[in-house]
Design a binder for this molecule. Structure first.
Ligand SMILES: [Mg+2]
Length: 263
């Protein structure tokens, strides 16, 4: 039985857990201050590979949470860490934003659309037909294939727009191949986070608002799963979805802060 007492480090979802769109969740600042004061290592996780860690650092800062950009792990960075640690691929055909391209280059990876060692799909908001067609031709030849995260849609203030999962699906109709995926809820995202934190799974909590990503990931990777009810999961869904059992359920990170103080 896992216990909050054994937890030394925290992985934190952002939307629905720390803020909802641009509204900070009440007591989120207090929770982060508490983690800092007590010296708990923590990381904010996001599957969004179109944005940079700095973008999230600035967003958090606007809401009164000032952290170093190293506190943010995007699925883009997790993918880079995975490629460098687990594969020999150094020449990449990348479908991604200029920000993601820069992150790959800064990590020592070479971008090459002609003779790459592998194809990597990110959340490419600069996608063109030419890029898509080129990736399809490479995949048809059997080039190894990765994607930063599986999300089909991304929520914007205008509504849902296609995310990486939709690009995966489009290519699948042409080449009948699926990529190895790195982002939440995959264990590769956890491996990148634990590597960055220097923590072990058994002493780390995953705090998030979604059963099918955050809490599924916690269960698969032996993390202590904390579900917050401040985001996308209503209590009724928790009761009906008996497949995924969080180790702890709290109304929000403020309540989690109270539980940690009580230890
Ligand atoms: Mg969330």
């Amino acid at each position: 039985m896992k216990n909050l007492r054994d937890i030394r480090a925290f992985l934190l979802d952002m939307d629905g857990t720390i803020y909802v769109s641009d509204e900070i969740i009440s007591r989120a600042r207090e929770f982060i201050r508490f983690l800092e004061e007590k010296g708990y290592p923590f990381l904010f996780l996001t599957n969004n590979s179109a944005a940079r860690a700095e973008d999230y650092q600035q967003k958090l800062s606007r809401m009164g949470i000032d952290v170093e950009k190293e506190r943010v792990l995007t699925s883009g960075e997790a993918t880079i860490r995975y490629l460098l640690r687990e594969t020999p691929h150094r020449r990449i055909c990348l479908l991604g934003t200029p920000a993601l391209e820069k992150e790959f280059r800064d990590s020592g990876l070479e971008l090459d659309n002609k003779e790459p060692h592998c194809v990597v799909l990110g959340f490419d908001m600069t996608l063109t037909f030419e890029k898509l067609a080129n990736a399809g031709l490479l995949l048809a030849k059997g080039v190894p294939y990765y994607a930063t995260h599986p999300d089909f849609t991304c929520i914007t203030d205008k509504g849902l727009i296609p995310d990486t999962g939709a690009i995966i699906a489009a290519l699948d109709t042409v080449v009948h191949r699926k990529p190895k995926i790195i982002g939440k809820p995959q264990p590769e995202m956890v491996a990148a986070a634990l590597e960055k934190l220097g923590a072990a799974a058994g002493e780390t909590a995953m705090v998030g608002d979604q059963l099918d990503t955050d809490l599924t990931m916690a269960a698969k990777s032996n993390l202590f799963g904390v579900l917050v009810l401040s985001g996308e999961t209503p209590v009724e869904k928790l009761e009906s979805q008996s497949m995924i059992k969080p180790d702890m359920v709290v109304s929000d990170v403020g309540e989690l802060c109270d539980r940690l103080r009580e230890l």
